[in-house]
Write a protein that binds this ligand. Structure first.
Ligand code: PHE
Length: 351
């Protein structure tokens, strides 16, 4: 067989084999593989063209034309197959992305503010309405702000009564929000300002104590005012307004003598029992009164500690337990409900 006939036959076989394989290709990558295999730089056609050089000059154009027409045919076949495969892919995509409009929607349960946060907001707002500024202080405190500046010297028994969590470096978790009194007054003095100063300071406090009615972390709201000629009368007026606003009705209050190192005189504050309206019940232990907070006139030593002239200025202060007040307002029987995060409780409180 002449070289020419031989080449022509090879081209013919190549054509049949290639067209069949292209037709069978079932993915775009395998189609690309075939293109490289036949038409690529090192492909089968290039291989054949190399043999053309050995042919007599008059036969070369014949083979050249055949090779070109085969190139053209294979190119066509590849394009056709590619179009088919792309159409299939598109169909699959549409099928897989079909939306079932009859499926029920996914519900997003509505959240609500935690009852403690809600209580803090309500209480703080009452004082803001009276012109008190909101302040916050660090939960990790030092002994100066938590004790010394509040007239609780190192060997004072009140220090032991506080069940303090200490860090190895001498810092502590604040046992009450009263250190914010110190920080707010210090900041005022540092700004070069004088009283009046009226502040409400909500926040978390910590005591090493845990039972039915005590949690190692709880919340307090601290309220204080410094100015000229402030007296117990102002304290009692603010207390009466605050407690009646918070409980949403006129409540009787009474002050009983008490003791805090940072107030003098000091008073425990009671409200008329919200469960029996003062008639006497199990909750108020038949007294008709519920103790709700500690208060008093800011001790001169406290004003001294922050550099406020106590001969010119006086002040009152009180600190209340948020959990206790929220429990009384909503008749919540157990402190631990606040921290268990039982969604049924939170839902009932959150609405
Ligand atoms: N800091 C006191 C406590 O935690 C409460 C208090 C605050 C009492 C301000 C008097 C004045 O028990």
């Amino acid at each position: 067989m002449s070289d020419l006939a031989d080449l022509k036959e090879r081209l013919e076989r190549l054509k049949h084999e290639a067209i069949e394989q292209i037709y069978l290709a079932d993915s775009l990558p395998s189609l690309e593989q075939l293109r490289i295999q036949y038409l690529g730089k090192k492909g089968a056609l290039t291989e054949i063209l190399k043999g053309v050089g050995q042919l007599p000059a008059d036969e070369r154009p014949v083979i050249g034309r055949s090779v070109n027409s085969l190139k053209h045919d294979l190119g066509e076949a590849l394009r056709e197959r590619e179009a088919v495969l792309r159409a299939q892919l598109e169909e699959e995509r549409i099928a897989s992305e079909r939306i079932d409009v009859t499926l029920p929607g996914r519900r997003h349960p509505r959240g609500a503010m935690h009852p403690i946060q809600k209580g803090i907001h309500e209480m703080t707002a009452i004082f803001q309405q009276l012109g008190f500024l909101v302040a916050e202080g660090p939960e990790v405190e030092d002994e100066f702000h938590n004790f010394d500046a509040l007239n609780i010297p190192p060997e004072h028994p009140a220090r032991a009564m506080h069940d303090t969590f200490f860090f190895a470096d001498g810092h502590l978790l604040r046992t009450h929000t009263s250190p914010v009194q110190i920080r707010a007054m210090q900041a005022m003095v540092k700004r070069g300002e004088e009283p009046p100063l009226a502040v409400v300071a909500p926040g978390r406090v910590y005591r090493c104590d845990y039972d039915m009615t005590h949690s190692p972390m709880f919340h307090q709201v601290e309220v204080f005012q410094v100015g000229s000629k402030l007296s117990m009368a102002h304290l009692k007026g603010i207390l009466k307004f605050f407690l009646s606003s918070y409980f949403g009705r006129e409540l009787p209050i009474r002050l009983r003598p008490s003791y805090f190192p940072f107030t003098e005189p000091s008073a425990e504050v009671d409200i008329g029992c919200v469960f029996c309206e003062g008639k006497g019940c199990r909750v108020c232990k038949q007294t008709g009164w519920l103790e709700v907070l500690g208060s008093g006139m800011i001790h001169p030593n406290v004003l001294k500690a922050v550099g406020i002239d106590h001969s010119q200025y006086s002040g009152f202060a009180f600190g209340l337990g948020v959990e206790r007040l929220v429990m009384l307002k909503h008749g919540i029987p157990d402190l631990r409900l606040f921290f268990e995060n039982d969604v049924r409780f939170l839902r009932r409180m959150g609405a």
